[in-house]
Design a protein around this ligand. Structure first.
Ligand code: MLC
Ligand code: AMP
Length: 570
């Protein structure tokens, strides 16, 4: 029947929330969409997908979509899950060439776009695609429909899933397949740990082609009945004004945003906190104190940082500005959702720690040199030093596979010694330490030794402003340029971005005698997303390599880029 939806746990939860409670708010206009209208819109949009594809059964189809951060995005994502298809959110900020690769590799059968991104969709469709997807342009949903009962029938989720493309140690992004069961397990784990509720009101400023913006800030809030207020792209001044609005004098000049509910929940990357810290002092005098009130523990229930290491000075500065709100740091990855987290008690938000395995997540450390599992109680070696190990994870929150890439999938998992299943190798290195002052809250999962991230196994993975960049992918693009004969791409430490992408190149003497950062930017603009384009460049005569032809990037970056370290690294 066209007006039924599969009885997925998320749909069941949505159907049970107060129909009059706000699910989504568009921050700039204040337009509000209520839980009672959501499933009806999902149902109708699911039917539109079927019409556009010319088929009833879309099970397992990859459906790519270019829709702005809005109610329309939420409805489109859920409609694709409702069709038991694989939802593939695309970033309109990517150049057409990168989107072309994703459409080809995923073999998407349908490309959905909003009116806002119709021209971007057409640009991608004009590229040389291996097979042309059907196209659906969606009209904007305006909200205000009456509460609608939608029948939920049949618990079979089929192949319903979300797929996110992520860079890695290979030179092209891989599709991470997250089946509906994994998305549900991740959301339930977070809902339990961070106690999302219908009283929570999130301010959402993150991109929506990543796990952070989708699972933590859409699917879990929807599961719990919270309100999601979209404000994108991130603009620190606008965020401060919105946060301050409910606490500011109502003189009509300082509070331009109509939405006035206070924000209780904020989850972003460290760069966003740095930017907010840097811009608070530029607010008008009348807003500075209301802004501090807004982020204080009395009003902002939970401020979370993740996707990259949180520098302790940022955490400290935020606690000072917010009159005592201690950022909760957690660790995650596209392939696993959130894996480790500090606890809700302030005492459980230990500096530099990412906390404990979240509910349903099993974690272990495997020593790099010996391959031994670091057993509980054996965290320190005979000389009293912390033993470092790779974080390995398993449980219902772990992704299924890299799309159509069995060799990559096989190489990132390792069989367990017991019958508890295979472990995913994260490539991140950590130590585990007992912290006597923490772990006393009684939250069942937040106890025992805490994890502290030390770095990554591979120097070829760069994290800039929470975005992952594969050095090999950038090198490949540089080497495809006629001017370049050799290239090494490295992570340059930066206070603002965590790491900046740096390029060291040797020019092809016949093609170019000089080459500037501007030339590089121009040459790469149509090939790579903005944040992947190196921010700093050095042209050199020689790149040192070992006998195997490999570059020691950790040494190289220190040698070549010492002057480019921002000086504000924290
Ligand atoms: C933007 N730029 C970046 C960049 N973001 N450069 C390097 N790294 C980045 N992350 C570029 C812009 O293109 C622009 O270039 C210049 O920097 C200044 O832009 P801006 O407007 O000041 O930056 P902005 O667009 O505001 O972006 C900053 C940001 C954004 C921090 C808000 O990068 C962001 O939202 N990051 C979060 C990404 C995220 O969600 N990661 C989670 C992944 S999931 P030019 O040339 O135009 O001047 C994951 C798992 C987990 O990691 O644990 O969560
Ligand atoms: P992504 O592949 O974009 O999902 O990024 C995942 C990576 O981000 C992880 O493998 C870590 O290297 C990094 N990361 C996420 N959270 C943290 C954190 N709290 N501290 C340090 N690194 C983090």
């Amino acid at each position: 029947m066209a007006s039924t939806l599969p009885n997925l746990p998320l749909f069941d939860a949505i159907a049970r929330h107060d129909p009059n409670s706000a699910a989504v708010i568009h921050s700039a206009s204040g337009r509000t969409f209520r839980y009672g209208e959501l499933l009806g819109d999902v149902c109708r949009t699911r039917n539109r997908l079927r019409e556009a594809a010319g088929r009833e059964d879309l099970g397992g189809d990859r459906i790519a979509f270019l829709v702005e951060n809005s109610y329309d995005y939420v409805v489109t994502l859920l409609a694709i899950l409702a069709a038991r298809a694989i939802a593939l959110p695309l970033s309109a900020g990517f150049p057409a060439a990168e989107l072309q690769y994703i459409l080809n590799q995923s073999e998407a059968s349908l490309l959905v776009s909003s009116a806002k991104f119709a021209s971007k969709a057409n640009e991608v469709l004009a590229t040389d695609l291996s097979s042309k997807p059907a196209v659906l342009h969606l009209e904007k949903l305006l909200g205000g429909s009456p509460h609608e009962q939608v029948l939920l029938e049949g618990e079979d989720a089929g192949q319903a899933a979300m797929m996110l493309y992520t860079s890695g140690t290979t030179n092209r992004p891989k599709g991470v397949l997250l089946p509906q069961s994994v998305l549900t397990a991740q959301s339930k784990s977070l809902a339990e740990a961070w106690k999302y509720s219908s009283a929570d009101h999130l301010l959402h400023v993150l991109p929506l082609h990543h796990i952070h913006g989708t699972v933590n800030a859409i699917l879990t809030p929807l599961l719990a009945g919270s309100t999601i207020e979209f404000m994108f792209p991130f603009n620190p001044d606008k965020v401060w004004r919105r946060l301050a609005a409910p606490f500011a004098p109502q003189d009509g000049t300082t509070t331009p945003t109509p939405a006035k509910e206070k924000i209780t929940f904020f989850t972003v990357v460290p760069t966003v906190y740095s930017r907010l810290l840097a811009t608070h002092k530029f607010l008008p005098d009348a807003l500075q104190e209301p802004a501090r009130d807004a982020v204080s523990p009395a009003h902002m229930r939970l401020s979370i940082s993740g996707s990259a290491a949180l520098p302790t000075p940022v955490k400290k500065a935020w606690a000072d500005l917010s009159r005592g709100n201690v950022l909760l740091e957690r660790y995650g990855m596209t392939e696993v959702g959130m894996a480790l987290s500090c606890g809700l008690d302030f005492a459980d938000r230990v500096d530099a720690s990412v906390g404990w395995p979240l509910p349903s997540v099993e974690a272990r450390l495997v020593e790099l040199d010996t391959g031994l599992v670091i057993q509980p109680g054996e965290e320190v070696d005979e000389r009293g030093r912390d033993r470092q190990g790779e974080i390995q994870l398993r449980g219902p929150t772990i992704f299924k596979e890299y799309w159509r890439n069995p060799s990559a999938t096989a190489s990132e998992f390792v069989e367990g010694e017991d019958d508890g299943g295979r472990w995913f190798k994260t490539g991140d290195v950590a130590i585990r330490r007992n912290v006597p002052s923490a772990g006393q809250s009684g939250q069942a999962w937040a106890k025992g030794p805490m994890y502290f991230i030390q770095g990554r196994r591979s120097a070829d993975i760069i994290k800039s402003g929470g975005e992952k960049v594969s050095a090999l992918e950038v090198e490949r693009e540089l080497l495809s340029l006629p001017q370049i004969s050799e290239a090494a791409v490295v992570a340059v430490p930066s206070g603002k971005w965590g790491q900046k992408v740096g390029a060291i190149v040797i020019l092809d003497a016949e093609q170019a005698t000089s080459w500037s950062a501007m030339d590089m930017r121009r040459a790469l603009r149509d090939r790579l997303a903005n944040y992947k384009i190196p921010q700093v460049l050095r042209v050199v005569q020689h790149i040192p390599r070992n006998a195997m032809g490999k570059v020691n990037k950790k040494a190289l970056v220190k040698e070549v880029f010492a002057e480019d370290f921002s000086g504000d690294e924290m």
